[in-house]
Design a protein around this ligand. Structure first.
Ligand code: IPE
Ligand code: IPE
Ligand code: MG
Length: 246
């Protein structure tokens, strides 16, 4: 089986992989099933990518875009199905995630989520808070602009209260006010289903991420797709604005 995996260099893995898990709806349409069934199938890919990253050992953070601040525009039927699925997923998978020494982190406007989802997520955070092997950071009710606006609001409050001097605000100060400031910026962004856009995901943190877009719908995503994305990442030359290294 492993022979079929694209070759990757385990010594040069991205520290932080972020994923825009897109294409559940189109997968469902292709299969002739409901959108909810598409999301359900997507949950299996979540398990697969977490397992595959954990197995690689040196991936520190996996960020997963699960629900955007714009996704409330969908039907109530679909939104309800998504949050039911979230609770079901937690019930089935949390124990194994904990056993794998994975820490769950959540970013987004958590207080805007349904109460049941908030309670279930808090339980995940509390249970896994001491774990050290890898962070799975889930973006829920998350928007990059909302995050930047929330940070600005908090800095303004701190400035008014005299805790921060406006002239002392630089990039590093600002970054400390983001939702999960302790995590490194993503090195690799994977988007499935062929769409070439960020859709409001981690706008601040993506400055120098390498972007790999795969045509695969998210429910079809498995370990070989992860390896393919990592192989493409490793073939890129990162410059960070500097000059090409010879
Ligand atoms: C991604 O799949 C899942 C969420 C946004 C929650 P979509 O539901 O966006 O699937 P498409 O883009 O309609 O195919
Ligand atoms: C981005 O996908 C959000 C998530 C994957 C959670 P969307 O399907 O919502 O993005 P657009 O609407 O195609 O840009
Ligand atoms: Mg989509």
């Amino acid at each position: 089986m492993n022979a079929a995996l694209p070759a990757i260099d385990r010594a040069r893995l991205p520290k932080h992989i972020a994923v825009i898990m897109d294409g559940n709806g189109r997968w469902a349409e292709r299969e002739g099933v409901s959108r909810a069934a598409g999301h359900e199938a997507g949950a299996k890919s979540v398990r697969a990518i977490i397992e595959a990253c954990r197995e690689l050992e040196n991936i520190e953070v996996l960020s997963l875009y699960a629900f955007s601040t714009e996704n409330w525009r969908r039907s109530k039927l679909e939104v309800d199905a998504l949050f039911r699925l979230l609770s079901k997923y937690i019930k089935i998978e949390l124990e194994e995630l904990h056993k794998q020494n994975i820490r769950i982190s959540i970013m987004g406007r958590i207080f805007g989520l349904p109460k049941k989802a908030q309670a279930d997520l808090q339980h995940c955070i509390d249970l896994t808070k001491e774990n050290t092997a890898m962070v799975v950071n889930v973006a829920l009710n998350y928007g990059g602009r909302a995050e930047i606006a929330d940070a600005a609001k908090q800095i303004a409050k701190d400035a008014v209260a005299g805790r921060v001097k406006p002239d002392a605000i630089d990039e590093a100060t600002f970054a400390k006010y983001l939702y999960v400031p302790q995590l490194p910026d993503p090195d690799l962004l994977i988007r499935t289903s062929g769409e070439l856009r960020l859709s409001n995901f981690m706008l601040w943190q993506m400055s120098y991420a390498e972007i790999v877009v795969l045509p695969t719908f998210w429910p079809d995503f498995r370990k070989p797709h992860l390896y393919e994305a990592i192989a493409e990442y490793q073939a890129r030359q990162r410059r960070f604005g500097g000059r090409v290294k010879k």
